[in-house]
Design a binder for this molecule. Sequence first.
Ligand SMILES: [Fe+2]
Ligand SMILES: [Fe+2]
Length: 133
Amino acid sequence: MPFVEWDTSFNTGITQFDEHHQHLVDLLNKTYDDYILGAPDDAFGAVLTGLIEYAGYHFDAEASWMREHSYPKLTEHLREHDSFVLKATRFQQDFQNGNVSISLDVLTFLKTWLKHHILESDADYGRFIRQAE
Ligand SMILES: [Fe+2]
Ligand SMILES: [Fe+2]
């Protein structure tokens, strides 16, 4: 069973972002698997970097879309994105400093954050655009 199981309730109704979210879930699952299986440090580091970079790409795409559509909750939404980036980057730094043994809780934080953010905050812009149409 994957660390995060994809569920249709994750769909926002905006195809581009639903595909991004599926890819993010895949990347987080890969990060978790490599962590649990004890992948070589450089391989795990590369997977973690891939997750952070893709999250950044996705967050930028959402931010542009929200600005384009004058989404009213832009500021608070971006604040949530920042908290993910901060935590994931700290985890990356811990890993690079050799402190990963205490960090399973960070992967659990990223999982909980991702599910909660998609189901609550991302779902909200999906509802917003449906109401606007
Ligand atoms: Fe978001
Ligand atoms: Fe998102």
